[in-house]
Design a binder for this molecule. Structure first.
Ligand code: FMN
Length: 397
């Protein structure tokens, strides 16, 4: 029996039609000012016909002055409400739900986009691409919490059916959680309770604004996979705190853009057996909490997905990269037409490039650009072309 087809009722009462959810994929095709564009409407029109229970948007910014990448959607206020509504209409025309993923990059924003980055503390990202961030003042922290809550309310007003806090991958919420990037001595830093205060307050503010029956979710790291950073033990404790507050759905991922575990560049023996990168972690969490769980990263076969659901280790399968190549992947897996949704390995043969996972995001983003233009994804797309475009360097001869 294909368990992927079962519906599921969240704690807030909302029902999700099946167990395959499209994880957030930053599209990079909004208008330059952050308004949802025609290209996005095209893309979500295709995904909306693809059968996913939930389509999480790519991360949407809470502050126009701090962006993860160019052409990202911005939900700082209600000026683009009409366009967000159109996006929701396209995505939800056939029964999928559109949920907005809400984010602030903090220190993880390149210098050409953010000349004055902010973070929990002044700990710079390594490398020339990033500037040293300025620590946020307590007043600014409160304003940002309000901004996350307002973005969730905008999602609701636009007709979207849920909101998600991006608490993973080294962005601002992650930066507050990690002792490597949060050196604060006030109530927002130090003990785990203090470092978690930012995300807990964001959740409370969102809940107050959207009400008890609107789904609120979080994507969180199982660990940052860096020495001295947010650990598995700490993540479990924070997940327990979020569970106590009544989180509707907890999505587990891992890594940061310094260590790209989210796309599989840190693999363990057990992962290779069960496909999903953070399975061992979710098994531990499952025993301790009530909130529904979604696991994203590495799932590719119906067999492994069903086995995870059957074992009761999780409730939802999150898929990212397969949606960039196969827009109808959810329907195809649900009706049994597709048994395996693997994507190319994207190997250049240069170990340093291949191990870093640096081509994974841009190569897949190029596929989204094609879809936005009404073209089909191209599984044969040249990896070196992508390398040259993002680094400005020539491929080795
Ligand atoms: C092009 C691209 C864009 C992404 N953008 C986001 C994002 O905006 N927010 C997020 O939480 N994760 C983002 N991710 C990570 C994915 O949601 C997912 O966690 C990761 O791809 C692992 O899942 P997969 O093995 O099924 O691809 C992105 C990944 C890719 C490839």
């Amino acid at each position: 029996m294909n368990l992927l087809n079962q519906s599921f009722v969240l704690p807030c009462g909302k029902s999700i039609p099946n167990r395959i959810l499209k994880s957030a994929l930053s599209e990079g095709i909004a208008e330059a000012n952050g308004r949802p564009s025609e290209a996005l409407f095209n893309l979500y029109d295709q995904w909306g016909k693809g059968g996913a229970g939930v389509l999480f948007t790519g991360n949407v910014m809470v502050d126009k002055d701090h962006l993860v990448n160019a052409n990202v959607m911005i939900a700082e206020d209600e000026r683009y409400l009409e366009s967000f509504s159109k996006l929701a209409e396209k995505a939800q025309a056939n029964g999928s739900q559109l949920w907005m993923q809400i984010n602030h990059p903090g220190r993880q924003s390149p210098f050409y986009l953010d000349k004055a980055p902010v973070s929990a503390s002044n700990v710079k990202m390594p490398g020339k691409l990033y500037l040293e961030p300025r620590p946020l003042s307590p007043d600014e922290i409160l304003k940002l919490i309000d901004a996350y809550g307002n973005a969730a309310l905008l999602a609701k007003k636009s007709g979207m059916q849920g909101a998600q806090i991006h608490g993973a991958h080294g962005y601002l919420v992650s930066q507050f959680l990690s002792p490597l990037t949060n050196l604060r001595l006030d109530e927002w830093g130090g003990s785990l309770e203090n470092r978690a205060r930012f995300v807990l307050e964001i959740y409370k503010d969102m809940r107050k604004k959207v009400g008890p029956d609107f789904p609120v979710s979080i994507k969180i790291n199982s660990a940052d996979f860096q020495r001295g950073a947010f650990t598995e033990e700490e993540s479990i404790k924070v997940i327990q705190m979020l569970d106590e507050l009544g989180m509707d759905l907890i999505e587990v991922s891992g890594g940061t853009y310094e260590r790209a575990a989210m796309v599989g560049s840190v693999q363990r023996e057990s992962t290779i057996k069960r496909e999903a990168y953070f399975m061992d972690f979710i098994v531990k969490v499952r025993k301790l909490i009530k909130s529904p769980l979604m696991l994203t990263g590495g799932f590719r076969t119906v067999k492994a997905m069903n086995s995870a659901l059957e074992g009761g280790e999780l409730d939802f399968i999150g898929l990212g990269r397969p949606f960039c190549l196969y827009p109808t992947v959810a329907n195809d897996l649900l009706n049994g037409e597709m048994k395996d949704c693997s994507v190319p390995d994207l190997l250049t043969g240069v170990e340093k490039i291949d191990q870093s996972g640096m081509l994974q995001t841009p190569w897949h983003q190029f596929q989204l650009i094609r879809m936005g233009k009404g073209m089909k994804p191209d599984p044969e797309m040249d990896v070196w072309m992508v390398y040259e475009k993002i680094t400005g360097k020539k491929r080795p001869v």
